[in-house]
Design a protein around this ligand. Structure first.
Ligand code: NZQ
Ligand code: ZN
Length: 385
């Protein structure tokens, strides 16, 4: 096992009707800004519940944070806070609203050009406003981690950043809040969480037994309950297991002391920035091909994955690995998610631009061994045509 430091300060309030308790979690007398997305929280009634719970607080709102939140929109919120200061931000939504709120929390108190927050991957953040989240879409893990991904529409750049100052103070995870999700977003969430696990698990063995078995537990749960969520829409136990799996997939626990890959995510971000494909769908396009190209480097873990997740015990090593990769792609397809670039209208001739964007963003040594170069990315994407 590799050396690690693990600290996660986010308090989780999990279960039915926990929104009612948030007034006890925010310092009395705080001026609270509620941030949200395109309005789903109004039609689903979640905003009304939040406002009722916070009836004793001075509230203001900032809506319109779009999926793949844009720098341009978030800076409008920063201006709003500068004009009318607040003490605490409450993000109500999915990963985009939460990520956007992390940027707002840091950019409001940033003294230089806020774009530096992205170009420094967050290392220049010295302070941030306190914030919390009401999660409405289990997928990203943003509700219990300190990272975020922001898009600069003008530059077609989607960049990650993080800071230990950006853990939510608390997050409410009420599985019932997720009943209103359309099928496409349920599927996105399951696939995103699945790939968060594989990015921290399908690397090379370091005998991290606890992390491996936690990771395998999450993968098995997503495979078991993901399809059920599409068939049985208001099954509380299914939604609970998916919600907690997605949070646990990226709250730092399973990745502590293990090598990590993240190449699938970095390639995926460029596909979203250029072609507007949903985050999870870009991962479904990249992961199976990446595993094929990296078969040798990931051999031991792929064999373990094949056996423990898909029950594959027969055939040559090569055959077992091929079958495990095929089953991964088949699982994504069973969730209604296409795994080819062509499923999203992206052509072979678009690959060069995706690779070029990665180079422009300095993403030229990806993967757990830093040897996924632009040439390897090209190979990977060609397998996904
Ligand atoms: O905007 P509204 O109207 O709220 O609608 C949203 C949005 O259209 C809708 N939605 C959310 N909860 C709902 C709901 N509709 C009905 N009922 C509900 N309960 O779902 C749509 C998608 O929301 P979004 O927040 O964009 O999805 P997701 O949670 O998948 O977040 C994706 C973003 O997170 C980033 C991605 O790159 C992407 O920008 N990621 C963040 C990570 C992190 N911070 O650790 C890691 C991830 O790998 C990922 O990169
Ligand atoms: Zn992701």
């Amino acid at each position: 096992m590799l050396n690690f430091t693990f600290r996660n300060p986010t308090k989780i309030l999990f279960g039915k009707n926990r929104i009612e308790e948030i007034n006890k979690e925010i310092p009395a007398g705080s001026k609270v800004l509620i941030t949200y997305g395109g309005g789903s929280i109004k039609s689903t009634g979640t905003l009304a519940k939040v406002k009722k719970a916070l009836s004793g607080f001075e509230l203001s709102e900032f809506g319109g944070i779009e999926p793949n939140p844009s720098y341009e929109t978030l800076m409008k919120c920063v201006e709003q806070i500068k004009a009318t200061p607040v003490d605490f931000i409450l993000a109500v939504g999915g990963g985009s609203v939460i990520d956007g709120t992390k940027f707002i929390a840091a950019a409001t108190l940033y003294s230089g050009d806020p774009w530096e927050i992205l170009t420094s991957f967050g290392s220049k953040i010295k302070e941030a406003l306190p914030f919390a989240t009401i999660l409405t879409l289990p997928a990203t893990g943003s509700e219990m981690n300190s990272g975020a991904v922001i898009t600069n529409r003008a530059l077609h750049a989607k960049l990650p950043f993080g800071s230990p100052l950006l853990y939510p103070v608390f997050s409410v995870l009420d599985p019932e809040v997720t009943y209103t999700l359309p099928d496409s977003q349920i599927s996105n969430g399951v696939v995103d969480a699945f790939v968060h696990v594989t990015e921290q698990y399908l690397t090379y063995p370091v005998d991290a037994k606890v992390q491996d078995r936690f990771a395998e537990g999450l993968l098995l749960t997503l495979i078991e309950d993901g399809p059920k969520a599409l068939l049985d829409r208001e099954n509380y136990e299914v939604r609970s297991n998916l919600m907690w799996s997605a949070t646990m997939a990226l709250n730092g626990l399973i990745g502590s002391g293990t090598p990590q890959d993240w190449a699938t995510h970095m390639i995926g971000h460029e596909i979203t920035a250029l072609h507007g494909v949903d985050h999870a769908r870009t991962l479904a396009i990249v992961l199976p091909s990446l595993l094929k190209v990296r078969k040798l480097e990931k051999k031991e873990k792929l064999l373990q994955y094949g056996e423990r997740i898909w029950g594959i015990t027969e055939g040559s090593e090569d055959e077992r690995i091929d079958l495990a990769i095929k089953k991964t792609g088949d699982f994504f397809k069973s969730m209604g998610i296409g795994i080819k670039l062509s499923d999203y209208g992206i052509l072979a001739e678009d690959i060069q631009t995706i690779v070029g964007q990665l180079k422009d963003h300095g993403m030229v040594k990806l993967g757990e061994k830093k040897d996924i170069t632009p040439e390897v990315v090209e190979q990977i994407l060609k397998l996904s045509v």
